[in-house]
Structure formats: structure tokens, C-alpha cells
Design a protein around this ligand. Structure first.
Ligand SMILES: *[C@@H]1O[C@H](CO)[C@@H](O)[C@H](O)[C@H]1NC(C)=O
Ligand SMILES: *[C@@H]1O[C@H](CO)[C@@H](O)[C@H](O)[C@H]1NC(C)=O
Length: 401
């Protein structure tokens, strides 16, 4: 198969895959452009080099087919359209929500938007953010188990003396006990704490926790909707393994508060370069090989243009909705891989192809590369997945680079 054929085939593949994806993602089409505190994520002071992970996140609209994809909720939880109530203002209730997927990232950042509301002067206990080895284990520590292994950030609103809520950051190796008869004093073991009011606020409160290299930072915004974070605790020399689970739990005592989670968003910090510009990793190489590539015709160019447009739209959707299928993401990755194969062989990137920014060359220099099928004839066959794989196999990236 010659280059022309591969390029053509890939753009068709792209299109047919996209058509399928669009068919199933119609309920994600209603995107809110209005800035409200819940969707104001674009304003977060995240590092420019971060990548949103929709599987380790949830936000409105939460549900797909009655549940939150990739998350498990339990206890006295109440799932509404606008928030997830972990524990209601009913004494002695608790609830939780945990990611089903372990965090794969060395460096990460999570943003949790929540609300704690109650009628009494005194707060009705509180909630906790977890990054732990175990998940979904109820217990006395803000709804989750004691002797956890990993990180916990407590948001405690129950100070009967000062009525001031406190945020406490605490690590445990699975041995320390804080809720038993001979419980340890958390103040002796915590990394740090602060007092930022988060109860009965007008806007949702944002809690941001990040691990950058070995620096753990916990900050909060209690008024402006993720625009004005104040650092609560910052510590270096912190090691937390990958493969732990994110979760949030809450506990109401008597008098009780409502503990609502509005969103949970996870980003990978400093993702590898190739993920930032998935289409252009071999830019220089390609330019050199410009003389090895032949032109594409008008029809092919249109197809690439269209596929590229749909790809962009799909990515946008993927970044803005939790309710996207795993398969969609994998499909994109597959397509990007195919695109890389083609580009590595000297084809222009879709952008270059559209703008005509490539050199035309003598096709005869490039011989048949491992396949006997003729130019674009075997489109139907190529659509079959095994054929698709064989294209990837014939042009592994390592040999090209
Ligand atoms: C939706 O949920 C129901 C009940 O859990 C299940 O039987 C059905 O297969 C689900 N549908 C989809 C499209 O996932
Ligand atoms: C935010 O927290 C500070 C410190 O506790 C407090 O003085 C302030 O009133 C809080 N803001 C809101 C909107 O609750």
C-alpha cells in the first residue's frame, strides 16, 4: 500500500469512527458557556502544563444511565441533579463517593467544590478528601475508616468553642488511630492546618490539593468560585504512591449539617510532552522528509479537514463532560496513533495538509511498504479492526524515528 492509500484510508477511518461517536454522545451536546462557579474551571490557576482526566473527575451533569461513570457512591448519599449530598442534616448519617480507577499520575491536582450548610450555630461535623490505598470503607473519620493508608484532608466544622471550621492535612501509614478509645491527638501528627471559613457560604467552596514533585499544597477559595485560592498548608518532601484512590466522605452528627459535593476534578500535572501536542511530535523529521511526500487531492483534503474539525469538537466535549465512554477516548488515541504513523512517513499534519504547507515529491521513491492491497480499494477491509491493527504493525514508530 502506498502512502496515498494510507492517508486516504486513515481519514476515512477517522470519519467512520467519529460518526459512531457522535451518535452516542448527543446527551453531552448541551454545553454551558455561561460562567458560573460550577463550570468556572477555565479560570483555575492551574499550571499551563496540566491535563484534565475526565475519568477521575465528575461534575454536573453527573449521571449516565443513573450512575456517575467511573465513581462509586454509598452510604446515606443523596444524588440530586445539582449536587451530591454525601450526608444530610440528619444526625449520625454518613456517605461517600470514591473513584473506581486508581490514580496513575506521579504529579496531580484535584479541585473539589463543596457546600456545608446548617441552621445551627455550631457545625455538624464535616467532610474529608482522601487519597488512599483502600476505598469505599465506611468508618468514623468523617464517614471513612480510621487507620487509612495515604492522605486525608479534613474539613471539620464542629468546633463547639470557637465555631471556627478547620482544615487539617494528615498522612497515615495505615497504623495511626484517631477515633478509638486511646486515639492519638491529630494535632501532633498533622502536616498542618488552617482556619478558612467554609460553612454556610454563599458560593460553593473550592478545595485544591496538588502534589507537584514532592510538594503537597492544600489551598481553598471560600468566596469567589475558584478564582482566589489561599494556601492552607504547603509541605515539601512528601511522597505518595501512584495507584491510590481519590474519594470524599462526610459525617453528620447532632446537630447535623448538609454536606454537598458539587464537582471533583482531577488533572495530571506535567504530562509527558507528546500528550501536549499529539499531532506534531516529529515536526522536524517531517520537514526533512518533506521531499518524500506526494500531494493529496482535493477530496482527501476535505475529508481530513472535516475529520480534524470533528476531532477537535470531540476533544472539547471530552474535556467538558464526565459522561463520556472509555471507548471514545481510546478511539481518539488510536486515531492519533495512526496519524502519527502517517506523519512519520512524511505526510503533512492535517493542519499543514489543509493549508498546503508541504512539499510535493516523487512518489516512486517510496516503495510498497508491506502490503499488497492496491491504493484505496480496500477501504471496507481496512475498516475491520484486525486490518487496522496490521497498519499499525507495519509501520511501528520506533523504526521510523
Ligand atoms: C443502564 O442500566 C441498566 C440497569 O443497571 C442496565 O441493565 C443497562 O444495560 C444500562 N444501559 C447502558 C446503555 O449502559
Ligand atoms: C473566608 O474565610 C475567611 C477566614 O475564615 C473569613 O474571614 C471570610 O469571611 C470567609 N469568606 C466567606 C465568603 O465566607
Amino acid at each position: 500500500m502506498k502512502i496515498r492509500g494510507i492517508l486516504f484510508v486513515s481519514s476515512l477511518l477517522l470519519q467512520s469512527t467519529m460518526a459512531g461517536l457522535w451518535g452516542s454522545s448527543s446527551n453531552n451536546g448541551k454545553k454551558k458557556k455561561v460562567m458560573d462557579p460550577i463550570t468556572a474551571e477555565k479560570n483555575l490557576p492551574s499550571a499551563p502544563t496540566s491535563k484534565y482526566d475526565y475519568k477521575l473527575s465528575f461534575k454536573k451533569n453527573y449521571y449516565y444511565n443513573g450512575s456517575i461513570p467511573f465513581w462509586t457512591a454509598g452510604g446515606d448519599i443523596f444524588q440530586s441533579e445539582d449536587f451530591i449530598r454525601l450526608s444530610p442534616s440528619v444526625p449520625n448519617t454518613k456517605g461517600w463517593i470514591w473513584s473506581e480507577i486508581p490514580n496513575p499520575y506521579e504529579e496531580w491536582e484535584v479541585d473539589v467544590a463543596f457546600r456545608v450548610t446548617g441552621n445551627h450555630m455550631q457545625g455538624g461535623r464535616g467532610l474529608a478528601l482522601w487519597y488512599t490505598q483502600d476505598k469505599e470503607q465506611p468508618g468514623p473519620i468523617y464517614g471513612s475508616k480510621d487507620k487509612w493508608d495515604g492522605l486525608s484532608v479534613w474539613l471539620d466544622s464542629n468546633n463547639p468553642v470557637t465555631h471556627k471550621p478547620s482544615t487539617v492535612v494528615i498522612l497515615n501509614d495505615g497504623t495511626l488511630e484517631f477515633a478509638s478509645k486511646n486515639a492519638l491527638d491529630p494535632r501532633k501528627y498533622m502536616l498542618g492546618a488552617c482556619s478558612i471559613s467554609f460553612r454556610n457560604t454563599e458560593n460553593p467552596v473550592y478545595l485544591k490539593v496538588s502534589l507537584r514533585e514532592t510538594t503537597l499544597t492544600v489551598s481553598m477559595d471560600n468566596g469567589s468560585g475558584a478564582k482566589d485560592y489561599r494556601i492552607c498548608v504547603q509541605k515539601s518532601g512528601i511522597k505518595l504512591p501512584t495507584g491510590y484512590y481519590f474519594g470524599v466522605s462526610a459525617l453528620s452528627i447532632n446537630p447535623a449539617d448538609d454536606h454537598d459535593i458539587i464537582s471533583f476534578e482531577t488533572r495530571q500535572l506535567n504530562p509527558p510532552k507528546k500528550l501536549e501536542h499529539p499531532k506534531r511530535p516529529l515536526e522536524d523529521e517531517k520537514k526533512k522528509r518533506g521531499e518524500e511526500f506526494t500531494g493529496i487531492d482535493e477530496e482527501q483534503r476535505k475529508k481530513i479537514e472535516e475529520a480534524e474539525f470533528q476531532m477537535r469538537k470531540l476533544r472539547e466535549t471530552a474535556e467538558n463532560s464526565a459522561a463520556i465512554y472509555d471507548t471514545q477516548q481510546r478511539a481518539i488515541e488510536h486515531i492519533q496513533l495512526v496519524q502519527l504513523q502517517i506523519e512519520a512517513l512524511g505526510a503533512p499534519s492535517p493542519d499543514d495538509a489543509i493549508t498546503g504547507n508541504y512539499q510535493k515529491i516523487d512518489l516512486s521513491k517510496i516503495n510498497d511498504m508491506g502490503s499488497s492491497s492496491s491504493n484505496s480499494a480496500s477501504y471496507d477491509k481496512v475498516r475491520a479492526e484486525n486490518r487496522y491493527r496490521s497498519i499499525l504493525f507495519v509501520f511501528p514508530r520506533k523504526q521510523i524515528a
